[in-house]
Design a protein around this ligand. Structure first.
Ligand SMILES: Nc1nc2c(ncn2[C@@H]2O[C@H](COP(=O)(O)OP(=O)(O)OP(=O)(O)O)[C@@H](O)[C@H]2O)c(=O)[nH]1
Ligand SMILES: [Mg+2]
Ligand SMILES: [Zn+2]
Length: 321
């Protein structure tokens, strides 16, 4: 009744960040601190977080405050970066509606972990984001082994950029690759995500780890994801470091489609539905034996496959046996 007098028209905005269930939503450059209205968004049962950074949402501004509002609807996502959240036992949306997934790793502190990159790259292809590899801290010197692995990613068709946030190496190339698109920066804690973002726009001043504080697996400098619109028209999403990146939204039997280095050989496998594990006449395993597929990539495949199998069993019973 009286409430009707206060009814204000709804708006569409994009989520810039969210902390403690309060989401900062930008509507044409104006920011609203919003909560989720009632149970409406709870239809998204698949994910543990109802709204992610980058989401487009419909909201009603609060009639009694110019800076707050209520989110009542989530718009369909054109892309999403997902991970399996072990603690919550559900898929988590890290970021939505981005174009690029910038998978960042470092030469050391933390050490180069190609299996971690393998997972991130798959999550990009899976979530309709274009994945690329950034190796940061190149000022510390690239080893031959790392260079070889990077060359292998390049030969699979991934763009690889060698960077240093300290001496500026690769920053122009990174800027060019982003080129006014929306890019999510993801990787382990301490690889230099925030530092690289600061290089892309002077004055951004994102918090980066003190040089004196040693690399420690438990410590994250960035605690929540945030979307930043740069003056040059690009949009960047900084994310907190991920310790264990586990894939979500993928069935084990679909996994091999996301190993780009298998694709050349898989059509020659004897079995149409070959999983490249124990089947006779497997062209992927032949390529592995001939040194055409890196053994660590194959190991990565087996580990992810086993993981996907085990967690699907946990949630869907024996249907996947
Ligand atoms: N030598 C060297 N150190 C770097 C480089 N980039 C970042 N660092 C240092 O690495 C540390 C971690 O950088 P951050 O930018 O805070 O790392 P992050 O990936 O954002 O970490 P989280 O926010 O915890 O996920 C800081 O001490 C940086 O100064 C680099 O190119 N070379
Ligand atoms: Mg950070
Ligand atoms: Zn096969």
């Amino acid at each position: 009744m009286l409430q009707g007098c206060f009814r204000v028209s709804s708006m569409i905005g994009q989520v810039l960040f969210g902390i403690n269930n309060i989401y900062t939503v930008s509507v044409d450059g104006r920011e609203f601190k919003c909560r989720i209205k009632g149970k409406i968004l709870k239809t998204e049962k698949k994910f543990y977080n109802p709204v992610a950074v980058g989401d487009y949402v419909e909201l009603n501004p609060d009639p009694i405050s110019e800076e707050t509002g209520w989110i009542y609807q989530l718009r369909e996502r054109r892309s999403s970066l997902l991970r399996w959240n072990k603690k919550r036992k559900a898929a988590q949306v890290i970021a939505a509606n981005a174009d690029l997934l910038v998978c960042i790793c470092s030469v050391e502190s933390p050490p180069f972990r190609p299996r971690f990159i393998d997972r991130l790259l798959i999550s990009g292809d899976l979530g309709d984001l274009l994945p690329m590899v950034i190796i940061n801290k190149c000022d510390l010197g690239l080893t031959e082994e790392i260079s070889k692995r990077l060359a292998a990613y390049q030969s699979m068709g991934y763009q690889v950029i060698r960077c240093s946030a300290i001496n500026g190496q690769g920053i122009a190339e990174l800027e060019q690759a982003i080129n006014k698109q929306t890019a999510v920066f993801a990787g382990q804690s301490g690889v230099g995500k925030s530092h690289l973002l600061n290089c892309l726009e002077p004055g951004l001043n994102l918090k980066i780890r003190e040089v004196s504080s040693k690399f420690n697996r438990g410590v994250h400098t960035t605690n929540y994801s945030v979307m930043i619109n740069l003056k040059n028209g690009s949009t960047l999403i900084d994310t907190p470091g991920i310790r264990e990146f586990e894939l979500a939204g993928l069935k084990p039997e679909e996994l091999h489609h996301y190993f780009r280095d298998f694709l050349l050989f898989a059509p020659q496998c004897s079995y149409y539905a070959c999983m490249h594990i124990k089947e006779p006449g497997c062209a992927v395993r032949d390529a592995l034996e001939d040194g055409k597929i890196h053994p660590d990539r194959y190991e990565s495949y087996l580990r992810i496959y086993d993981h996907l199998k085990s967690f699907q069993k946990e949630y869907y019973g024996s249907a996947y046996d």
